[in-house]
Design a binder for this molecule. Structure first.
Ligand code: OSB
Ligand code: MG
Length: 369
């Protein structure tokens, strides 16, 4: 595959409502899209980096710079036998997994379109529909939280994930459990907001029969997650800490988690994400597909990933309408709590150029020097 052009396009997507987590409030999404033009056709990828380095060290401007100055030039320098070879080509660049993932996804999309194969088939998907959950931000008050959750339950979401932080944890969880009953699949995500001094507070979550507690402690702090796992009955799940298949295996072997949230961007792409899935399956650990407020492009790829056999828990694979009034691709619409896995070649969705052009804030085209 000869790569002729790499386009870096930034779009501004208004969010339907502010999304508050322990690391901050998102009111709009500033998204970097990567388009490649190759001798076999074009492909698209979405970079999941947020505007600021608050979820992980990556951020959108940094991702764009690394793509412009390092990753794209290396990809453009010589033909690639396949998208699978990109990781090797750019291995001298440390980290920047979200930037690498976006370029790899665009190349995979181009390659699979040319081969008339869907990403789900390519990755080893076994389902044509996936179970969907929804991630619910920190609300201004408990009554407002209950209203928001009620809306999602009525839409058919199969599980609810509440964002928590010290001061917004036991009370909202208790209120949601009391309002919606014991059958509601419920879990929490702390995005690293706690420390080991909070062990006893975290143990109170046991009362609410949660599916899991996601990433209470810092990314590097596997030991505290291990101690918590030994202390509470609620399964501990890692998100931020898992940056590769090797780190997933390490965390599991150390007893730091018994469930893993897989986000392709966080681990460097869908190929590594499939390897995280494989290693978790081999170690008997269930996984689910996380999200980063993706547009239809990233959502399509996430749903494909979630069709792999080890994804046995509902993912943060919501419908497009969870975050956006208008998506840049054909929208993903929930049906009986599920999304259909795209069957078309590559990502199986196409950006609508009219919508895209209206949302575009900048664009640069890179070619071989
Ligand atoms: O921790 O899972 C997270 C969004 C941005 C950054 C981190 C996280 C999230 C979410 C939203 O929880 C998941 C989604 O896209 O639906
Ligand atoms: Mg998370």
């Amino acid at each position: 595959m000869k790569i002729e052009l790499v386009e870096l396009r930034r779009i501004a997507m208004p969010l339907r409502r502010p999304f508050r987590t322990s690391f901050g409030t998102q009111t709009r999404r500033d998204i970097l899209l990567v388009r490649v033009v190759t001798d076999v056709g074009e492909g698209w990828g979405e970079c999941v980096a947020l505007a600021d380095p608050v979820y992980s060290s990556e951020y959108v401007e940094g991702a764009q710079q690394v793509l412009r100055d390092y990753l794209a030039p290396q990809a453009l320098a010589a033909p690639l036998a396949s998208a699978r070879r990109l990781a090797d080509r750019v291995s001298a660049v440390m980290g920047h997994r979200m930037a690498k993932a976006a370029l790899e996804t665009a190349l995979l999309d181009a390659e699979l379109r040319a081969a008339s194969m869907s990403l789900a088939t390519y990755l080893g998907g076994v389902r044509d529909r996936v179970d969907c959950g929804v991630s619910v931000g920190i609300a201004p008050s408990v009554p407002e939280l209950l209203d928001e959750v009620r809306g999602y339950v009525e839409e058919g979401y199969l599980r609810i994930k509440l964002k928590v932080e010290p001061g917004w944890d036991i009370e909202p969880v208790a209120a949601v459990r009391a309002e919606f009953g014991d059958d509601l699949l419920l879990q929490v995500d702390a995005n690293t907001a706690y420390t080991t001094t909070d062990l006893r507070r975290l143990a109170r979550f046991d009362e609410f029969d949660l599916l899991l507690i996601e990433q209470p402690f810092a990314e590097e702090d596997l030991e505290s997650h291990r101690v918590l796992s030994e202390t509470i009955r609620t399964p501990v799940c890692l998100d931020e800490s898992v940056v590769s298949a090797a780190s997933a295996a390490d965390a599991i072997r150390r007893g730091a988690c018994s469930v893993v949230n897989i986000k392709a961007g966080r681990v460097g792409g869908y190929l590594e994400a499939a390897r995280v899935h494989d290693v978790c399956s081999a170690l008997g650990v269930p996984v689910w597909c996380g999200g980063m407020l993706e547009t239809g492009l990233g959502r399509a790829a996430n749903v494909a990933l979630a069709s792999l056999p080890g994804f046995t828990l509902p993912g943060d694979t919501s419908g497009s309408a969870r975050f956006y009034v208008e998506d840049i691709t054909e929208p993903f619409v929930l049906e009986d709590g599920q999304l259909a896995v795209p069957q078309g070649p590559g990502l199986g969705v196409t950006p609508r150029t009219d919508v895209l052009d209206e949302l575009t804030t900048s664009r640069e085209e890179l070619t071989a020097r």
